[in-house]
Write a protein that binds this ligand. Structure first.
Ligand SMILES: Cc1ncc(COP(=O)(O)O)c(C=O)c1O
Length: 524
């Protein structure tokens, strides 16, 4: 019988298993699953073992045609052949973060227990929206959220949810702050939205601006609070801005303090900022996407003091907890504010589920279908433990301090500020300072083209600088010294070429790359 009470018409005979169905993971195909996935693991292991540099220096121009010529409508029907092909368009030229001379962005080498989690979670393929799609997964994620809020010290009413990354965590935090601000003001929303302001430092992450845009705030909604020479928000400047906003009839919706600025690895003075937020009745969000690794440090946890006073916190386990992308969470002091992400759908999370006390995570999340990323952290904590993670992070913070010392005693370079975490921003200083920007840009490009090392770049007060982000405990101070020699060799070669050219001024990319092996290299 069908739903209308009619006898079902006889359907086509049950189809025999086809070749396509052989690709589905089920009880008949587990051997194939083992073989296929193991073959993939072997390829990656081979590349990881064989990587003698972090990058081959491949350019988009060379790689794009190889990818374009692959006919996606003509499958290979052979995992080994597909892996061969993948090797030539991806694995061979991928950027390998496990290599000690990958020093660029906030990408970490990943711990093996988390990779075990990754393999399990994608094969079981739980979805974290509702209990009936995840069962134990929901409870495991909840335990990890509680574990994190305990480490932060957010108190008994705290809660949170895993997200895809720091950007999403920040967006959700700003959504909650906006809704709380709207609820607290006796003004129609349309009138209030253009008057809402978010205060953050110049070193805050650009996802704060993105959030403001997505949330329909004014173009000038994000107000930059002055930093000191240490690149940390100045509390007195914050007080000034809050006051200025109030006097202008604006409503400060949130202050975003950064615990680990992306460029400088500095931590805003959280206790002083928290005090001001409390006094002004303003939501405090702490973006600890980077600095959250200190939550498991046995020697530096105190650097996060004050974070426990936040209304919301962003943590990125995929930065300083050595987890594979993606793994992040947004945490809140008062679990009730998570309702600002709650909608009920009859098919998924009807309100009666709450009455029946069936746990679900979709009520707290911006996402619906969502990966069980929490499993990676779970297995990491169960296999290696929090202290071991903290020890790894402590090592890279120590290395950054040594790098700062090395650079500040090396007359070839200028270094910006002492990081509290693991970044170091510096630049090569040619005798002719006018060439500094171009020389540093060139050095970075030439280094990446050679693949010998990958470093990042950023601007400080309008000038081009280079940046090390150290997240690999395998990176030694000798690696750093060697990379500095390479930078100096590329930059000085550029300066010589420019000076010799005199009349025509080539763009950085036009200068032939340096055979650094031929350059005499000295540190210090
Ligand atoms: C301080 C800070 N916040 C937020 C983010 C965004 O995190 P994600 O890249 O995971 O979206 C970053 C990324 O580098 C960051 O450094």
């Amino acid at each position: 019988m069908n739903l209308q009470g009619h006898e079902a018409a006889p359907g086509p005979a049950r189809r025999r298993p086809t070749a396509a169905r052989a690709y589905l993971l089920n009880q008949d195909t587990v051997d194939d699953y083992r073989r296929t996935v193991s073959a993939g693991i072997d390829r990656v292991a081979g590349r990881v073992a064989g990587a003698d540099r972090p990058f081959t220096g491949i350019t988009p121009d060379r790689l794009a045609p190889e990818i374009d010529r692959i006919d996606l409508d003509r499958p290979l029907h052979d995992p080994a052949a597909a892996l061969d092909e993948l090797d030539s368009v991806y694995l061979r030229d991928a950027v390998y973060f496990h290599h000690p001379r990958y020093l660029a962005h906030l990408n970490c080498p990943v711990v093996i227990p988390a990779l075990l989690g990754e393999a399990v979670l994608s094969a079981v393929n739980s979805s974290m929206d509702t209990w009936d799609q995840s069962a134990g997964g929901t409870l495991i994620e909840r335990r990890l959220i509680d574990w994190t809020t305990d480490r932060i010290g957010l108190g008994p009413t705290a809660d949170g949810v895993f997200t895809s990354g720091g950007t999403q965590s920040n967006i959700q935090a700003m959504l909650m702050a906006r809704e709380e601000a709207c609820a607290s003001q006796p003004v129609p929303r349309a009138e209030l939205l253009p008057r809402l302001r978010v205060l953050t430092s110049a070193a805050g992450h650009f996802s704060v601006q993105k959030s403001a845009k997505l949330l329909g705030l004014a173009r000038d909604a994000v107000v930059t609070v002055e930093t000191g020479p240490d690149r940390r928000m100045r509390p007195e400047a914050l007080a000034r801005e809050i006051d200025r906003c109030h006097r202008a009839g604006l409503v400060v919706m949130a202050v975003v303090a950064t615990a680990g600025t992306t460029d400088f690895g500095t931590i805003d003075p959280l206790p002083a900022i928290a005090e001001q937020c409390r006094a002004a009745g303003v939501w405090l969000h702490v973006d600890a996407a980077y600095g959250c690794g200190l939550l498991v440090s046995t020697t530096r946890r105190h650097l996060l003091n004050g974070i426990e006073q936040a209304d919301s916190v962003t943590v990125d386990y995929h930065k300083s907890f050595f987890q594979p992308v993606s793994s992040s969470a947004v945490l809140v002091r008062d679990r009730r504010v998570l309702r600002h992400a709650t909608y009920h759908a009859d098919y998924l999370n009807p309100a009666r589920m709450v009455e029946q006390r069936i746990p679900n995570q979709v009520d707290k999340s911006l996402q619906t279908t969502r990966r069980f990323d929490a499993l990676k952290l779970w297995l990491t904590l169960r296999i290696m433990g929090a202290d071991a993670l903290g020890a790894l992070f402590d090592e890279v913070v120590d290395r950054a301090a040594d790098t700062y010392t090395l650079l500040s005693t090396d007359p070839r370079f200028e270094v910006v500020t002492r990081s509290q975490l693991s970044t170091v921003v510096f630049r090569y200083l040619p005798a002719d300072r006018h060439l500094a920007d171009d020389a540093n840009l060139h050095a970075r490009e030439a280094l990446a083209a050679s693949g010998a090392a990958v470093v990042a770049g950023t601007k400080v007060d309008g000038r081009h600088f280079l940046k090390f982000t150290l997240l690999n405990p395998e990176t030694t101070i000798d690696d750093i010294a060697h990379v500095l020699d390479l930078v100096a060799a590329h930059a000085s070669r550029y300066v010589r070429a420019r000076t010799a050219a005199e009349v025509s001024v080539p763009a950085p990319a036009e200068v032939p790359s340096v055979d650094v092996a031929a350059e005499p290299c000295h540190v210090g």
